[in-house]
Design a protein around this ligand. Structure first.
Ligand code: PMP
Length: 434
């Protein structure tokens, strides 16, 4: 009786009881019942290799993380108004991974909440809510974060750019406004134009926010020099710089623990989400002492669930697991291998126009010979890979970027499997371009 497939019933119940704007992956959605490291298992016992889930950072259902959560859950869960060492232990271990300038933390429950708090900090510090952000950037689902997310307000159902948001062209060296390795300076100049525009309106610059690799925008790696120059210009105008590390943080980049470190800058505010709880909702905002002091203007910051002992036990164990299992080093080793194999694939199949990213945060873009995006073929690859038991995702404004951001337990053997099937699929008739 247990073997009866309930997927159809779940689908009907979702239709009946859940909001229509919730989406499902794949035409025939998967019914996943179990996770184990870099694998997901469906209701029929079929095992899938997961290259999508950068939330299950140290592996789906990681034993030590689950144990830490279970133990604390059985002992005590309260809010932050009681003393508890779990929050201070986590704070110390998280701050150890950050530059010394970033010395104060606030814990929240999601990436959206973290960015929402960053926006509040910007307003508290600069008395301005003029925010500069990237085209196709995504920073969260709350009304404040939607207002700085061009991915949403410029997309389906979006209401367009709010007056106090200032959007520069996505710094995409492959198909963006300026192209090539040396385009960083040109894109930074676009940030300067926005600063000038804000000043012309007799307003002050509040802040600047960007991901070190723009994920929803299609895994767009920032051209070198861009972030340093943009930070300089924003700071000169009195604004604060925020690095959204919700996707890129906690060792995923391989070479560096945080994405901004790859660009040799130190932000005023860093927002941390997804990987910190390995699937449990905990997120954080790290900021400088000066920002924290100005934010503490007398109004209490209270967050019912943020920083509770269970969440903190879990996040501490995630950080320890990254260290213990050398997962940052693994991201570098496996990521570099995968990237070089993808590059070889792109030489054989010119439909792969660009291979980019760092560590286990990679992207490839499918285009024709005139660099037009190939969304249908991208979708085909994703669905064919599912057929071979490998989960992949696609994104970007033209739906032609394939994203690879697996749990950091991903192995060389897993990478070889991905390459083997990609090679097979790119050899198929439908994938040929003229
Ligand atoms: N920032 C970035 C860069 C994200 O990718 C996301 C989620 N995709 C968020 C913020 C929002 O995080 P959450 O969904 O946890 O609220």
């Amino acid at each position: 009786e247990n073997l009866i497939d309930v997927s159809a019933d779940i689908l009907l119940d979702r239709k009946k009881h859940l909001g229509k704007s919730l989406s499902l992956q794949y035409k025939n959605p998967l019914h996943i019942v179990k996770g184990a490291n870099q694998y997901l298992i469906d209701a029929f016992g079929r095992k899938y290799l997961d290259t999508v889930n950068n939330v299950a950072h140290v592996g789906h259902e990681n034993f030590n993380v689950v144990k830490a959560g279970q133990h604390q859950m059985a002992l005590l869960n309260t809010n932050t108004r009681y003393l508890h060492e779990n929050i201070t232990t986590l704070a110390k271990e998280l701050l150890e991974t950050l530059p010394k300038e970033l010395s104060v933390l606030h814990f929240v429950n999601s990436g959206s909440e973290a960015n929402e708090l960053a926006i509040r900090m910007i307003k508290a510090c600069t008395n301005s809510d003029e925010i500069i952000a990237s085209e196709h950037g995504y920073h969260g689902n709350t009304s404040g974060t939607i207002h700085i997310s061009s991915y949403k307000f410029d997309g389906k159902g979006g209401k367009g750019k709010p007056k106090n948001t200032h959007i520069f062209p996505i710094p995409d060296a492959f198909r963006g406004k300026f192209r090539g390795e040396n385009s960083g300076e040109n894109y930074a100049q676009e940030v300067q134009l926005l600063i000038d525009e804000i000043h012309q309106q007799n307003k002050k610059v509040g802040g600047f926010i960007i991901e070190p690799i723009i994920s929803c925008g299609g895994q767009v790696a920032l051209p070198s020099g861009f972030l340093q120059e943009a930070y300089q210009k924003v700071r000169k105008a009195g604004g604060l710089c925020v690095s959204d590390e919700v996707q890129t943080g906690v060792g995923r980049m391989g070479k560096t623990f945080w994405g901004f470190q790859f660009h040799d800058v130190v932000p005023d505010i860093v927002t941390i989400g997804k990987p910190l709880g390995n699937g449990h909702p905990i997120a954080a905002v790290a900021c400088t002492k000066e920002v924290a002091q100005k934010f503490a203007n007398g109004m209490e910051f209270f967050n019912t669930f943020g920083g509770n002992p269970v969440s903190c036990a879990i996040a501490t164990e995630v950080l320890r697991e990254v260290k213990r299992e050398k997962l940052q080093e693994n991201a570098l080793k496996v990521g570099d291998y995968l990237k070089s194999e993808l590059q070889k694939l792109s030489e054989e199949f010119p439909i792969i126009g660009d291979v980019r990213g760092q560590g286990l945060f990679l992207g490839i873009e499918l285009v024709d010979k005139q660099l037009h995006p190939l969304a249908e073929k991208t979708d085909y690859v994703i669905n064919r890979m599912k057929y071979f038991g490998i989960l992949m995702s696609s994104d970007g404004p033209d739906h032609n970027a394939i994203k690879i951001k697996p749990p950091l337990t991903f192995t060389i053997k897993n990478a070889k499997e991905v390459i083997f099937y990609l090679h097979k699929i790119f050899s198929e008739n439908f994938m040929q371009i003229i």
